[in-house]
Write a protein that binds this ligand. Structure first.
Ligand SMILES: [Fe+2]
Length: 433
């Protein structure tokens, strides 16, 4: 009897092994799935200049496309806009990734009218993308809505798609999306960038991205070779940190990306100058490493000591970060590092992908969460900034409002919903790579 049982168990194991192997064999090869073709893909809007009068677009083809073009026209209700389209020659840059060789093409549309709706398409004269629409920013301060997401990073196609899509359905009027670093997990992995682009697809063709790099874009110490070819970003930061340290002024807000991975000391002077000459009412910073960590054993004291004095000096309103794979949002005076209260900056850590980490026991936040994927909708209107954080199911999880007060620090009004704080969820350990 014992022998029969053993034989049966062995046979069952063999069958299981067979099916597992067969299933593995049927998985598509990433080199095939993410291969470039002559048709444009990975189309993404970013800014390289003034959002009121310029718009950059970048896309990918295979190497059979040596030169590329973009067309643009002011939108009309019918298709006749296409008859008025003007052509712009693209700049082409080759990229050899771990999976393939591709051409990345970019165009920076200039001399656009502020506050206007445009249609554009990209291609090579034979194969074209669809016509996509975007709106230029107003020249002056005006109500502005944008999205902010923390680390997308892992299992992008499977687990991040629903979050980025729901963010846009929740705030269809969003004018750009802040990605606070760790967009992907393995530096240089073309399949991961393929997933990132595919998850956001037409969103990236319609709403500009505002990305800052994280440690996972800096594997081995150098920036992911996709970053510069695939994002066309301002070159107004430190010359050594082109397209990772930069700023954009939009409708009364100065949006700044600091590269928290490199040259932290060297960016202090740049930041001081950039904030001293800021004519906008609002200042919002994004970088990957949080000055106030929400994960156990990750306190960034050195970086905080370097950067926070500048933030305080210029009364930065809001700091949007990632890295810690949970959620935490401060008050105006933060924990053991409470300051005079003169400046008053709100610090946020958030995560949009599925990698989850436990919170630190050093409570400095007004609202925090574990095992929760989130996206944030931020609205700036005159003297007020309204902030909302939603879970992947679309439930409001955190909210507050900042109000400008003449000659004084901002006033913060907490609007945290009555729901209890999300803590360790059953089965969440499975999502800690
Ligand atoms: Fe991360």
């Amino acid at each position: 009897m014992k022998r029969v049982l053993l034989t049966l168990t062995f046979a069952a194991l063999l069958t299981q092994c067979y099916w597992l192997t067969a299933a593995k064999d049927r998985r598509l090869d990433p080199a095939v799935v993410y291969a470039p073709t002559p048709a444009p893909d990975r189309i993404i809007l970013t800014w390289a200049g003034d959002p009121a009068t310029t718009q950059a677009v970048t896309w990918r083809t295979d190497t059979s496309v040596p030169e590329a073009l973009a067309e643009i026209a002011e939108a009309s209700d019918g298709p006749e806009f296409s008859l008025r389209a003007r052509r712009v020659q693209a700049v082409t840059e080759p990229l050899r990734s771990d999976l393939n060789e591709a051409h990345y093409h970019s165009v920076n549309f200039t001399e656009l009218k502020p506050g206007s709706l445009y249609c554009y398409r990209v291609g090579d004269g034979f194969n074209w993308s669809e016509w996509n629409q975007f709106r230029t920013a107003a020249r002056e301060a005006a109500p502005l809505t944008f999205l902010y997401v923390g680390d997308a990073q892992n299992d992008l196609w499977q687990f991040w798609s629903r979050v980025i899509r729901l963010s846009v359905l929740t705030a269809p009027g969003a004018r750009f999306i802040v990605h606070a670093g760790d967009l992907i997990n393995k530096t240089g992995a073309d399949a991961e960038w393929g997933e990132w682009h595919r998850a956001a697809d037409w969103i990236n063709r319609t709403i500009p991205s505002f990305p800052t790099p994280g440690n996972h874009e800096y594997g081995g110490g150098s920036l992911d070779n996709h970053w510069k070819p695939q994002f066309t970003l301002p070159e107004n930061g430190l010359p050594e940190l082109k397209e990772t340290n930069y700023f954009v002024d939009i409708q009364g807000v100065r949006m700044v990306s600091l590269d928290s991975m490199r040259m932290q000391q060297e960016q202090i002077d740049w930041l001081d100058r950039t904030l001293a000459s800021n004519p906008n009412r609002w200042t919002i910073l994004t970088f990957h490493y949080p000055l106030y960590s929400s994960q156990k054993g990750r306190d960034m004291k050195k970086l905080r000591d370097l950067w926070q004095p500048v933030l305080d000096r210029h009364a930065v309103d809001l700091v949007l970060t990632g890295h810690d794979h949970n959620y935490a949002r401060s008050n105006l005076q933060t924990g053991t590092n409470a300051r005079s209260g003169k400046a008053g900056t709100v610090y946020v850590v958030s995560v949009s992908g599925p990698k989850m980490r436990q919170l630190t026991s050093d409570v400095w936040w007004e609202r925090a969460a574990e095992d929760t994927q989130l996206f944030q909708v931020i609205r700036v209107d005159g003297e007020r900034l309204h902030y909302e954080s939603f879970t992947a199911r679309g439930n409001l999880y955190d909210a507050f409002e900042l109000r400008k007060q003449k000659g004084k620090a901002n006033k913060l009004i907490n609007l945290v919903p009555a729901s209890s704080e999300n803590r360790r969820a059953e089965g969440a350990e499975a999502f800690i790579p």
